[in-house]
Design a binder for this molecule. Structure first.
Ligand code: AMP
Length: 194
């Protein structure tokens, strides 16, 4: 895949979620491994995060987990990943996930998933980076969010040009083709501002 060596996955840490979402996470882990890219993620065994990591590992992939010491118990730090980075703060976690990755993918998730995904979108809006971001609208899970994006634009809080900050696909099989369509990043990430 063109210049995409590592893909960061943001997704839910809950396990009590629809089986279709769980299967999408497993499938995405396999897809990344089979494409020969590393999977960068939050480093836990819980929820969709753990399913994606386990599937990538089972397919022979390279998995990099980044977990804050604080969450080693709550999110069950994954001892079986290729690299587990235990960091001190939540900010350090997000920053490391950002610097190690060439693209960002959001599967269904909760508040943490939204926080992480929006940080990448807003940093891109500020031109602090131009790495691609893909939102996977699995089973229409993100429809209310997509509606909110429409309301933001309708009310003048965002501009039509902001639509290019991320792409939306209907399922995990469409992620790599979407990444192939994205322009090559040209910005040197402005990490001194982060
Ligand atoms: P959730 O979507 O709420 O299940 O959370 C998904 C992941 O986001 C979990 O690994 C959370 O620990 C993580 N997360 C939540 N808030 C933050 C934050 N402020 N910085 C970094 N990671 C976070």
């Amino acid at each position: 895949m063109k210049n995409i060596r590592a893909i960061c996955l943001y997704c839910g840490s809950s396990s009590s979620v629809p089986e279709g979402h769980r299967e999408a996470a497993r499938r995405f882990g396999r897809i990344v491994a089979e494409a020969g890219a590393s999977l960068v993620y939050g480093g836990g065994r819980v929820g969709l995060m753990g399913l994606a990591a386990d599937a990538a590992l089972a397919a022979g992939g390279h998995v990099i987990g980044i977990i804050p010491r604080l969450l080693m118990d709550a999110e069950a730090g994954h001892g079986g990943v290729s690299e587990l980075h235990v960091v001190e703060t939540m900010h350090e976690r997000k920053y490391k996930m950002f610097t190690l990755s060439d693209a960002f993918v959001a599967l269904p998730g909760g508040l943490g998933t939204l926080d992480e995904t929006f940080e990448m979108i807003t940093w891109r809006q500020l031109r602090l980076h131009d790495k691609p971001i893909v939102i996977v609208n699995e089973a229409d899970y993100w429809a209310p969010l997509l509606k909110l994006f429409g309301a933001m634009e309708h009310n003048g809080y965002t501009q039509p040009a902001h639509r290019a900050l991320f792409s939306v696909v209907g399922g995990v099989d469409a992620v790599l083709p979407a990444l192939e369509r994205e322009p090559e990043p040209t910005l040197d990430p402005a990490t001194k501002w982060l």
